[in-house]
Design a protein around this ligand. Structure first.
Ligand code: BYC
Ligand code: FE
Ligand code: FE
Length: 471
């Protein structure tokens, strides 16, 4: 279904057939724009950015690249194509036709899930709003803004569902999504990681690698939902998410590459003196971003998760491809938990372990990316491996939240952990050093000295391409 760009709100849901909904969203639109101007990328609203815009929801639809001022970006409502035959394929409603309306008994639960998802999207834009001022290149600057406008669109995706299916409560939630603020004492964003600062580009790349990847896994689970409009909107969001994770993975790979070049050139691991980011510091940033992202999966053993599944609201990652009864009444799952002072694997009912299982899928995906970074190190002939820390390390949520766990998985007295902290997590001095590297580079084709150039340009543009026009 083609996207209608003639309308004030681009969409592929025939919005003009529902005047009431259209009017309500047209009233929300200027408030979104006010929020974007206040809380979106600082200092770059007037400039033209080389951005992609969806023109249809199939693979070809991403071919559209062009210069756009961010406030003119065509945020809209895009759902993956409907499948009229679609059925709920897990939980107690398995086999029933997918819901086109919200089942009354699940209204509150479903709204909560949608609000939680929706809240992360503007939160990340708020977290990243100052980064444009210190971008290491025009290429990176453009990628930041691409991520930002798409997170803005993800907010639209959830706000559409709230307005279209949840009546007055939904409209109120849509307002609140513009009122909470990342890191604000009085009105914080809902989930922990979205109240942390993203003060520098190393944090940004780690965030898009680790935290956007939580987005991938959560969206994939919601894309299985029996509530069909949610499933379809999440399926399209996932196509946008892939680029965010690409930015993170290649961003870190380029930092690693530059670090290795400096190590070999100067025959030292201490590359800070030469303007690079040492591998130990990269490891500490990795430890932080990975573990705050693990917290986003909730408690590993959770009755909420069991209920979401049984109700048919939130499935497993690639639910359809799993070869079991899709009810999980009798199945078990091995969950890592602290027991008598050590981390052990314990069999738990599969239903209540769904958060742990999704988190484990996520960890395997993270490990593949880390292995690719290690390839860069290995190819440079350097003997060092980046590692994901143990799942119990540095946790605020779940079974390990009340335990002090080292990166290699030992449960230790709290004082020992505090003594180890500076070797494991970024220190104030690390932050200060990284901050000192953050000087903007705005000449086309040039890159800050702490990061290598990318292998190829966006949409195959040449190295000196002007991704952002300052005129
Ligand atoms: N911080 O049974 P529990 C993305 C709360 S990222 C604060 O342990 P449950 C993106 C929980 O709400 C994807 N609170 O967990 C990425 C519950 O509260 P109530 C975002 C937390 O409910 C980058 C209580 O603790 N999408 O898209 O099974 C850039 C006990 O809950 C946290 C979603 O999250 C936390 N970390 O699962 C832009 C999908 N963790 O009910 C965007 C929707 C838990 O006792 N959300 N709590 O008051 C969900 O599926 C679930 O809400 C969660 C939690 C997986 C988050
Ligand atoms: Fe998103
Ligand atoms: Fe994202």
């Amino acid at each position: 279904m083609a996207i209608d760009y003639i309308e004030r709100i681009p969409n592929n849901v025939n919005l003009s057939d529902n005047r009431r909904l259209q009017r309500a969203l047209e009233e929300w639109q200027p408030r979104f724009l006010d929020w974007w101007k206040d809380m979106g990328p600082e200092g770059f609203q007037p400039y033209e950015i080389y951005l992609r815009t969806a023109t249809s929801v199939d693979a070809k639809g991403w071919a559209s690249f062009g210069y756009t001022r961010m406030p003119d970006y065509r945020w809209g409502i895009f759902l993956a194509e409907p499948d009229p035959e679609r059925r709920i394929h897990f939980g107690q409603h398995k086999g029933e036709p997918a819901w086109q309306e919200v089942p009354g008994e699940y209204r509150g639960t479903l709204r909560r899930l949608i609000v939680t998802q929706g809240d992360t999207e503007p939160a990340s834009v708020e977290q990243q709003r100052h980064l444009g001022l210190t971008a290491p290149s025009l290429y990176d600057l453009r990628n930041l803004f691409q991520v930002n406008v798409e997170e803005g669109r993800h907010l639209w995706a959830m706000v559409y569902l709230l307005h279209a299916y949840f009546g007055r409560d939904g409209r109120e939630e849509a307002e609140s999504l513009l009122e909470r603020r990342s890191g604000d004492q009085d009105k914080p964003r809902i989930l922990g990681a979205f109240n942390e600062a993203t003060p520098d580009w190393l944090s940004f790349f780690m965030f898009t690698f680790f935290t956007d990847r939580d987005g991938k896994y959560q969206l994939a689970s919601l894309a299985e939902s029996g509530f069909d409009p949610l499933a379809r909107t999440c399926r399209f969001m996932l196509t946008e998410e892939a680029h965010h994770m690409f930015v993170g993975e290649t961003g870190i790979a380029r930092v690693v590459q530059r670090t290795c070049e400096l190590m070999n050139e100067h025959k030292t691991a201490d590359v800070r003196r030469h303007g690079g980011i040492d591998l130990e510091t990269l490891q500490r940033y990795l430890n932080f971003h990975y573990t705050v992202s693990l917290d986003l999966f909730g408690s590993e053993v959770s009755t909420n998760a069991a209920n979401f599944y049984t109700m048919g609201l939130k499935g497993r990652f690639e639910e359809a491809r799993k070869d079991d009864d899709h009810n999980l009444m009798d199945a078990t799952y091995g969950v890592i938990v602290p027991q008598n002072g050590v981390a052990v694997e314990r069999q738990e009912p599969a239903l209540t372990s769904l958060n742990a299982r999704l988190r484990d899928d996520y960890t395997m995906d993270c490990a593949r990316g880390v292995a690719r970074w290690n390839q860069v190190i290995k190819r440079a002939g350097i003997d060092f491996e980046l590692k994901l820390p143990h799942v119990g390390f540095n946790r605020r949520i779940g079974a390990f939240a009340t335990h002090a766990v080292t990166p290699d998985g030992r449960i230790v007295p709290a004082e020992d952990w505090e003594r180890g902290r500076k070797a494991w997590l970024p220190t104030e001095a690390d932050h200060e050093f990284i901050r000192s590297l953050m000087v903007p580079v705005r000449e086309p084709g040039r890159y800050a000295p702490w990061i290598a150039a990318p292998a190829r340009g966006i949409n195959n543009q040449p190295p000196g391409f002007e991704y952002v026009r300052f005129s």
